[in-house]
Design a protein around this ligand. Structure first.
Ligand code: NDP
Length: 247
């Protein structure tokens, strides 16, 4: 597979899947722009990448704020002059059953998991259209395909990522803009995601499940790199990837 140097923006890059993907793609010679709220984590990751001879920068970003996401896009343009790949990856999973009425958690998931993706598209689509090339990597979840007790709102936000991505894919294919859209739908991955659960019983149960099954975020990073490095005339549209032992 031919690897061309690309400018790649990643949201939710301060830990887990985003961090692992940033590091792998930087090691392949790409220029990475990291976005998340925890600036000290981003600084640390940029330092690690540059110490290994890679190129990276960051902008402190809250994906639930359009101005902040536009700032991340501007950082990429000011530093590297283009945006080849935009990875909408920031996400939260504070699951709980509806009867608990954790409305704040529902709102946070809608703000980050749905609005964050829309704002990422809004902040970068004009640039990709002008370039006549680009790619979105949108992180959904297996939860988009299977809902269960406690996962209703999270599953709905991740199903929204599938719908948004599919419409975007068709619009860009129709427009002949050479913009590819890839959705990655992971199963249990060992990251900080379960820390966002506010209901202690749900958190304990989910952590127990993760301790048993979860695979490393590097597995997802390798898959994303494969989708990015695929020939320009070929689009991997959805990749479902889960631990081999996850039912
Ligand atoms: P992590 O908790 O490790 O990473 C989540 C990232 O999102 C962090 O970098 C966090 O950074 C960022 N984030 C959260 N809120 C915001 C915000 N308002 N603005 C900007 N960034 C934000 O978990 P994962 O790596 O697992 O999660 C990455 C994606 O993968 C998520 O979309 C998640 O839903 C999805 N996913 C994960 C699975 C898993 O099992 N781990 C399975 C399926 C999908 P900061 O706090 O610094 O802002």
């Amino acid at each position: 597979m031919k690897m061309t140097k690309k400018v790649i923006v990643i949201t939710g890059a301060s830990s887990g899947i985003g961090e692992a993907t940033a590091k792998l793609l930087a090691s392949q010679g790409n220029q990475i722009v990291l976005g998340a709220r925890r600036e000290s984590k981003l600084q640390e990751i940029v330092k690690t990448i540059t110490a290994a001879g890679g190129e990276a920068t960051y902008a402190s970003t809250d994906v639930s704020n359009l101005g902040s996401v536009k700032g991340l896009a501007q950082k990429a343009l000011d530093t590297y002059g283009r945006i080849d790949v935009w990875m909408n990856n920031a996400g939260l999973m504070p699951q709980s059953e509806f009867s608990q009425g954790r409305v704040e958690d529902w709102d946070r998931m809608i703000d980050v998991n749905i609005r964050g993706v829309l704002y990422g598209i809004n902040a970068s689509l004009d640039t990709m259209r002008k370039q006549q090339s680009g790619q979105y990597i949108n992180t959904s979840s297996i939860a988009a395909h299977v809902a269960g007790p406690g996962s209703g709102v999270y599953s709905a936000t991740k199903a929204a990522v599938l719908s948004i991505s599919e419409s975007l894919r068709q619009e860009e294919a129709q427009a002949g803009s050479n913009i590819r859209v890839t959705v990655v739908s992971p199963g249990a991955i060992a990251t900080e995601l379960t820390d966002s659960i506010t209901d202690e019983a749900t958190k304990a149960g989910t952590k127990q499940f993760y301790d048993q099954f979860a695979i490393a975020p590097e597995r997802i990073a390798e898959t994303i790199a494969f989708a990015i490095n695929a020939p320009a005339d070929t689009a991997l549209n959805e990749i479902i990837i889960r631990p081999a032992k996850q039912v």
